[in-house]
Ligand binder design. Structure first.
Ligand code: GTP
Ligand code: MG
Length: 443
């Protein structure tokens, strides 16, 4: 199943940026480094060198930092190199072309999650810890991230699945030892059934407790609404820090709801830009507007944007349409184009105010604090593991109604197998492929 060939992959997105990283892992690492740099890294593990990279025709690909890690003291446990080229997709493509000329049989592009897979095969991390790394990257739920960090840094025992697996093994051993005495008068099926009942009750408790923590959604939903052309998309782009929504001086530019997540000082926001309101809306514009209205149920806070003072009638119409109570801020935008009306209830913005100041003026941090109470509960299993436990629970009813110890034994054997498959004692290639294929490329 596991052939120690040498693999490579970018570990950053290959887009115009400050730096693009490539990782190599496997027995040919040193040879490849020497081909590319004409330098012997062998005696310098863990040291960063600024070197030229040459292609197959001696042309310089780039001059950049390179570091070599000697296995087993590396991420994968094998010889590993990391190359940090300038953030140019053209240079990245030049480098990859040189890689492909080396020896496509022994040196190939890595599959998703293959570095981590090798780390697991070489006992650098457990399966659970590999999954934890993936969860840390993928999850947006801070509690889930905290849980994954604990498993990653402190080990599998941090998960309550670990205790459950131990209980399952204990029960199974008890069944096995009892089977020989099944004919005896002293044989006590009730005691085994009692253990099994406690086991499933514990699963139920874990599911309930963790579900509650996960459902305490810690994302603050903020929707930007207001008339057409008042600068909603300009504010949206400013807050999220990228030119995501199209901005023009044409009324009705935004026709759909556009949403982006934003992480600010360890708090997660989902910011929504919407189609503007005007009396005569185009068909698509109206559809977009209606979509925003439909979504409004999920919104914690609204930023109502306008350019001139907002009339009471208009405010009431907006509040009614979006079903807004006190969860809104009044944002007077384009404050550069007219004399400042002095209304303490307004937040005055204009497009030349920088991002940090805009976020501060909008008081996003306070708003987060107002709606999202940080849960003191911590997760002891994550969302996937809850799903796994729910499936196990389906066996519960059936097994508790069984009188035949052999059937009970068989079911428990399956339960232990399920734990193993989900918990890291697997040697089934398809299963592993399945787990790791969902991981990031280069990871
Ligand atoms: N002077 C001035 N112009 C601004 C300001 N903010 C936005 N604009 C301009 O106003 C126009 C409309 O901006 P958008 O951000 O597209 O407005 P919108 O509310 O999203 O518009 P719709 O999507 O059509 O509803 C653009 O030409 C912006 O450059 C500002 O603070 N001052
Ligand atoms: Mg817009």
């Amino acid at each position: 199943m596991y052939k120690p060939d040498t693999i490579y992959s970018s570990f950053t997105p290959v887009v115009k940026s400050a730096v693009i990283g490539y990782r190599i892992s496997g027995p040919l690492t040193l040879k490849i480094l020497s081909l590319l740099t004409r330098f012997k890294f062998k005696n310098y593990p863990g040291k960063v060198f600024y070197k030229s990279l040459y292609d197959y025709s001696d042309k310089i690909i780039d001059r950049c930092n390179i570091v070599y890690f000697k296995g087993p003291k590396s991420f994968t446990g094998e010889d590993v190199a990391e190359i940090y080229i300038h953030g140019s997709p053209a240079i990245a493509s030049h480098l990859e072309k040189s890689f492909s000329k080396i020896n496509p049989i022994d040196f190939r592009q890595a599959k998703n999650g293959e570095f981590l897979y090798r780390a697991m095969i070489n006992n650098k991390v457990s399966l659970k810890q590999s999954q934890a790394i993936n969860n840390i990257i993928m999850s947006e739920n801070l509690q889930e991230i905290d849980y994954s960090k604990k498993v990653l840094f402190n080990g599998d025992e941090e998960s309550e699945l670990y205790d459950l697996k131990e209980s399952a093994i204990n029960i199974y051993s008890k069944i096995i030892t009892s089977i020989d005495f099944i004919e005896d008068e002293s044989f006590d099926l009730d005691s085994i059934i009692k253990d099994i009942r406690l086991f499933f009750q514990k699963i139920q408790k874990i599911i309930k407790k963790n579900r509650t923590v996960i459902e305490q959604n810690n994302i603050l939903n903020v929707m930007i609404i207001g008339d057409v052309n008042v600068g909603k998309s300009t504010i949206f782009n400013k807050i999220i820090g990228q030119e995501r929504a199209i901005v023009t001086n044409i009324k009705g530019t935004t026709r759909d709801v556009v949403a982006e997540n934003l992480l600010l000082e360890n708090k997660i926001y989902r910011i929504y830009d919407t189609a503007g309101y005007r009396k005569k809306q185009g068909r698509i514009e109206l559809l977009g507007y209606k979509k925003a209205l439909l979504l409004s149920k999920e919104i914690n806070h609204f930023l109502i944007v306008f350019n001139d003072a907002l009339s009471k009638n208009d405010l009431n119409r907006i509040k009614k349409e979006f079903n807004i109570k006190n969860n809104f801020s009044l944002v007077l935008n384009k404050s550069d184009t007219h004399k400042k009306t002095k209304n303490n209830q307004y937040i005055y913005l204009n497009k030349s105010i920088n991002r940090q100041k805009t976020i501060k003026l909008l008081k996003l941090q306070n708003i987060h604090h107002k709606y999202i109470k940080k849960s003191k509960e911590i997760l002891t299993v994550n969302k996937n593991e809850i799903n796994f436990l729910e499936k196990l629970l389906e066996n519960g009813e059936f097994i508790l109604n069984q009188q035949d110890l052999l059937i009970i034994q068989e079911i428990f054997r399956n339960i232990i197998d399920e734990f193993s498959e989900n918990f890291g004692y697997i040697n089934n290639e398809d299963m592993l492929d399945n787990v790791f294929s969902s991981f990031c490329i280069g990871k």
